[in-house]
Structures are given as C-alpha cells and as structure tokens.
Design a protein around this ligand. Structure first.
Ligand SMILES: C[S@@+](CC[C@H](N)C(=O)[O-])C[C@H]1O[C@@H](n2cnc3c(N)ncnc32)[C@H](O)[C@@H]1O
Length: 202
C-alpha cells in the first residue's frame, strides 16, 4: 500500500459491512432523497454519481428513475450487496469497487448524490474530494449534499459545519442555495442532523 492508499482506507469499512455493523444506515430511503424526488429536483438530471455508496438503497432509487447511475465503494461486500439488490429490482447501474477519488467518468455527469461520504473521509481529503467533484460534474452540474452536523472531534463521522463547507466549496466555484438549509435528523448516530443543500458547479 502506498501512503495515499493507507490514508484513504485507514478505516476498515469492509470489516464493518462484513460484520453488518453500519449504524449510519437509515434502513430506508433518506427523507431528503424522497423530498427532492417528490419536488422534482432530480427531473432534469440524466446521470448521477453516488460516491461511497455502501448499501444505500438510493442507488437503486436513481436507477429506477432511469438515470445513468455510477456508484463506487471501497468495500467489495457493499458493492456485492448493491449488485444483488439491483438484480432483484431488475435495474442496472455502473458499479465498481475501489477508490472513487481516483476515478474519472468517461463523460462529465449531471449530478452527485453526497450522502455520508464526505463525513466518512478524513478532513485532509476534502480538497481532493472537491477537485474530484469538479472533474466529475459538467458546468451547471449539481451536488445533492447532506452535510453531517457533529460537534465532537474526530470521526468518522467527521463533522461538516456549514462555515467549513463554504470554505471547501467556495462561492467562486459553487453556487449555494439561499436561505436556511433543511435539517434531517439521523434516526441513529445520536439524532445528529444532516443539512441538505443543492450546490451548483459554476
Ligand atoms: C458512512 S458510509 C456511507 C455509505 C452510504 N453512502 C450510505 O449512506 O449508507 C461511508 C462509505 O464510504 C466508503 N468509502 C470511504 N472512502 C472511500 C473511497 N475513497 N472511495 C470509495 N468509497 C469510500 C466506505 O466504504 C463506506 O461504504
């Protein structure tokens, strides 16, 4: 393993899935996903990336909407779960096991669904992640983000306070929504809220 690989996989995600120890999972579609779907926020999108997809059912949700869906995870167990779930639903998506931060799509995509991936990676990787988002998205592309609010130090999950997020996703590269962000409390993780925001790549 190189230093970079060690840093990116320091947490043993594969072991967590193999032990079925995944308290970040809601066990159902994220209410923000359902809200965005019901309000037509995904209607103009043809392609989407779900980084660090784990066993998130939203991958199948996007495939069911007819979107070209790319999803990746370091954990083979998680990707095998996605493959089986998609097969059972008679749906398809582009899946791969590996480090999504090194990936580049064949063509820029319309959107990224950011659900408990940013809070899972070490804060040192946030710049790398922002650079990857700029590489993946076409100009005008959107990030559907759920920023984990957590005051305690350390992680994962690492807290993503909105002030810090404005530094990671600066106004000269990203258009932020106006007004208050909606808080979506997590049913586990001590009820911590995730703040939903749709960011647009300039
Ligand atoms: C907290 S889990 C969230 C999983 C999923 N997004 C969900 O909402 O259930 C974080 C996920 O990111 C994956 N992950 C972490 N670093 C990664 C990387 N560099 N490339 C791809 N996946 C990664 C982990 O394997 C894990 O499945």
């Amino acid at each position: 393993m190189t230093g970079k690989d060690e840093e990116r996989s320091a947490f043993d995600w594969e072991a967590r899935f193999a032990d079925d120890d995944a308290p970040w999972e809601r066990g159902q579609m994220h209410p923000a996903f359902l809200h965005w779907k019901e309000t037509g926020a995904f209607d103009q999108i043809g392609s989407i990336v779900v980084p660090g997809c784990g066993r998130a059912p939203e991958v199948a949700g996007f495939a069911e909407m007819g979107l070209k869906t790319h999803a990746a995870d370091l954990s083979e167990t998680a990707i095998n779960w996605q493959r089986k779930h998609l097969d059972e639903c008679n749906l398809t998506a582009e899946l791969f096991t590996g480090d999504i931060l090194d990936w580049t799509p064949a063509e820029p995509v319309d959107a990224v669904y950011e659900q408990t991936f940013l809070c899972a990676i070490h804060p040192r990787l946030r710049e790398t992640y922002e650079a990857a988002l700029l590489r993946w998205l076409r100009p005008g592309g959107q990030v559907f983000a759920l920023f984990m609010q957590k005051e305690e130090r350390g992680g994962p999950p690492y807290g993503c306070p909105i002030g810090v997020m404005h530094t990671v996703f600066p106004e000269n590269r990203w258009i932020w929504p106006e007004g208050e962000l909606t808080a979506w409390p997590h049913p586990s993780l001590g009820g911590k809220a995730e703040l939903g925001a749709i960011l647009t790549r300039r």
